[in-house]
Design a binder for this molecule. Structure first.
Ligand code: ZN
Length: 424
């Protein structure tokens, strides 16, 4: 009880330090999740206003991030019921905005700025005059230098607040500052170390504040890949041969490295990330299976990896450190082995999938996707098709296609593991 109270007060202090605005503490604590019904932009290239209509007041926190210039609004969990397509087209100082669940109990709006901006005002307008509660954000044009300076100051303040909270927590636990631990590596050669059933981790890409690609008819990648992952998961489970986990089973944002962490914590024997691509030009169609390589197999593959690796930027997360150098050497060795296993699985999957679904003309490719970098298990990333193609978009929305395509992946998994077990 005491610990709980203490944690709460630390978080509270952290929030204050981070400059949280408690517009209405009482209503923020109410049980029902606030609903956002509409969001609109007004004004022009010098002054732009964003108005979000809500059914009750909420607490919120606004800050900016550079490279590219973004404005982040952190909110409690919000039930977004905005009209379809909201945020795709911008106005004035806003190029576009995205919204969604960021983590449990927290929602976020990410605004792509059309240039350097300053948040002149941000406030909650109470309901009145027939209008609902509104969250208002007033943006004004500023210089890139001023934008970056202000962003750096706020980032430093946020970091200090985080550090203070961390130190207080460490003190609470009665331990000194925890040292980083290098986890013992599972050897890929001894695959099937999990006693019993192989563990398959399916990773539906994107989610929450990061919608991924969108189709001509408004389909969002994050929803399509989740539906696919659920179908695939159910089919794999029904064989009775595997333990199956999904990195997400709802519309929530997960950082790229956390996806890999989840798979590691589940002792994955195989990691399958699910995505759907979109290209500007041409009418390319079909599925592609990617395995890791620092060198991309072609320009298109490189561009795609760069795009998918931007998920954390899209959601407004600051990227954290790479692994330390010593660990890096071991990781390299294990990664090589994991890579060979990944290629085996990808080739098997191409074989089974080409009998059932349309594949890209060059169906197995290599690229530097961040989610494929685990040394602990083989991993592949399947781009199911192209949302830029009307035909592929319709296909991806079809439960029948999903089921047929997933069954080919299940066959591939069966073949891959029966071979792997036989070779032990
Ligand atoms: Zn994607």
């Amino acid at each position: 009880m005491a610990a709980r109270f203490f944690k709460t007060s630390i978080v509270f202090t952290g929030l204050l330090l981070a400059g949280f605005v408690f517009a209405n503490v009482h209503s923020a604590m109410a049980a029902a999740i606030p609903v956002a019904k509409n969001a609109r932009l007004g004004g022009g290239a010098e002054n732009t206003r964003l108005v979000v209509e809500l059914d009750k007041p909420v607490s919120f926190n606004v800050f900016t991030l550079a490279n590219p210039n973004r404005i982040i609004i952190d909110l409690p969990e919000i039930n977004f019921q905005l009209p379809p397509g909201a945020g795709i087209r911008g106005r004035g100082l806003v190029r576009a905005f995205r919204y969604g669940l960021f983590s449990a109990g927290k929602s976020r709006m990410v605004i792509d700025a059309a240039g350097p901006v300053q948040v002149a005002k941000s406030f909650i307008l109470p309901a009145g005059g027939g209008k609902p509660v509104r969250l208002v954000l007033d943006l004004v044009r500023t210089s890139q230098k001023a934008f970056e300076e202000h962003t750096a100051i706020v980032a430093a303040r946020r970091k200090a607040a985080r550090l203070q909270a961390k130190r207080a927590l460490t003190a609470l636990r009665g331990s000194s500052v925890p040292l980083p631990r290098v986890k013992p590596m599972r050897t890929i050669a001894g695959l099937g170390q999990n006693k019993g059933k192989p563990v398959i981790v399916i990773d539906p890409g994107h989610g929450g504040v990061d919608p991924g690609a969108s189709g001509k008819r408004g389909s969002r990648e994050k929803h399509l890949v989740l539906a696919y992952a659920k179908t695939l998961g159910a089919q794999l489970k029904s064989t009775g041969r595997y333990k199956v986990h999904l990195t997400r089973s709802s519309d929530v944002f997960i950082r790229l490295r956390d996806r890999v962490r989840i798979a590691t914590s589940k002792n994955a024997d195989l990691f399958i990330s699910i995505h759907a691509d979109s290209i500007r030009k041409g009418n390319i169609r079909g599925a592609t299976i990617y395995t890791l390589s620092e060198k991309s197999s072609d320009k298109e593959a490189a561009a795609l990896a760069a795009k998918e690796n931007r998920a954390d930027i899209i959601a407004g997360v600051d990227l954290e450190d790479a692994p330390d150098e010593l660990a890096g050497i071991f990781i390299d060795l294990a990664q090589r082995e994991a890579k060979n296993e990944s290629i085996k699985f990808a080739k098997t999957a191409v074989g089974f999938m080409q009998r059932k679904v349309l594949l890209n003309r060059n169906p197995h490719r290599y690229a530097g996707f961040r989610v494929l970098k685990s040394p602990n298990f083989p991993s592949v990333l399947i781009e199911l098709g192209y949302l830029s193609s009307r035909k592929d978009e319709a296909m991806l929305n079809s439960p029948r296609w999903r089921s047929k395509s997933a069954s080919a992946v299940v066959q591939s998994v069966n073949r891959y593991f029966s071979k792997r077990l036989a070779n032990r």
